[in-house]
Design a protein around this ligand. Structure first.
Ligand code: ADP
Length: 301
């Protein structure tokens, strides 16, 4: 089994008290790859991105390697470096500042041949709306074409729209790109709150139907602590969450970890209901601890 997750990993600076910051690494598609790595110990999990050729980029690649994530498809771009974000904590409220507009990851889909090679023999390719947001229009078109070709060869494509209008010149371009990539995907994994805000969906059922109309054979709509709604050809199904977390410690990576739990089960042939339960169980553990990559959520004991 081989999984290729496509996107941007960033350096994270998180407040550690006394004006100090702790350095880590995170990014939506990277988080999902990290969780998949733990959930599928027999599989190869590769991250497809681009980094610079400086020591900061080297340290990120070393982190990926030490986490067991394959870096054969991490491209090096001379003269650039990786993106950075800083978390601020004021009166319990988190806010984020980003330095990513010139990050190397923006070059990840510049070479069609590289993309084709990376996707060959994959069982699953995973990407998000943030992956799309950081690419030029030409690079997005190239990526869509390579994913379509890979899909014809049996590669399954999973896509989380992860709507972030701040990364796009205008919201209409974001909506168009996300809708197009839903037509390239086998599984679309949106979060209802974003979809309601930027597509105007009145309820999760409409989110599922809209991506179904766009061409996605399977849609799995997350909605915080509310039921997950799925659509796969037949009628809509509501999956009640077995575990409710009344006071989440940190909801960062709730969606990313849900996707990993869902996809790991789905890939191994589990029925929809079980795969949703697997995603929800992992996300429920992740939001009980701080940070995006929660080791205690994937290790026993
Ligand atoms: P995102 O991080 O993309 O905004 P959501 O907030 O929709 O994602 O949550 C993703 C998943 O995390 C949900 O489908 C659910 O399984 C789990 N989750 C989120 N909030 C809660 C909660 N309060 N209790 C239990 N599970 C939750």
């Amino acid at each position: 089994m081989r999984v290729v997750s496509i996107g941007e990993c960033m350096v994270e600076l998180a407040p550690a008290g006394d004006g100090l910051f702790a350095m880590g690494y995170a990014g939506d598609t990277f988080n999902t790859a990290w969780y998949l790595r733990h959930l599928l110990p027999e599989a190869e999990v590769d991250y497809l991105t681009a980094v610079g050729s400086d020591p900061t980029s080297d340290a990120m690649v070393d982190f990926m390697t030490s986490a067991g994530i394959g870096t054969a498809h991490v491209q090096r771009v001379a003269g650039r470096t990786v993106g950075l974000y800083m978390i601020r904590l004021e009166k319990g409220e988190r806010s984020f500042a980003y330095w990513r507009s010139a990050s190397a990851a923006r070059c990840l889909a510049d070479d069609a041949e590289r993309l084709g090679l990376a996707l060959a023999k994959a069982d699953l390719a995973y990407l998000s709306g943030i992956t799309l947001a950081i690419l030029s229009e030409a690079a997005r078109t190239r990526l869509a074409a390579e994913l379509r070709t890979a899909r014809k060869r049996g590669v399954r494509v999973a896509f989380d729209p992860n709507l972030r209008p701040a990364l796009w010149p205008e919201a209409a371009a974001m909506r168009a790109a996300v809708t197009e990539f839903a037509s390239v995907a086998d599984v679309v994994l949106p979060s209802f709150d974003d979809e309601a805000r930027y597509f105007g969906d009145p309820d999760p059922a409409e989110t599922a139907r809209r991506y179904g109309r766009a061409g996605a054979p399977l849609v799995v709509v997350k909605d915080g602590g509310n039921p997950v709604v799925t659509l796969s050809g037949g009628p809509l199904v509501w999956h009640r969450l077995v575990q409710q977390v009344a006071d989440p410690v940190d909801t960062t990576a709730a969606g990313d970890s849900f996707n990993a739990g869902f996809l790991a089960a789905h890939l191994t042939g589990m029925a929809l209901e079980g795969a949703v339960a697997n995603g929800a169980a992992l996300a429920a553990r992740v939001i009980r601890a701080p940070g995006a990559l929660v080791l205690s959520a994937v290790t026993k004991g």
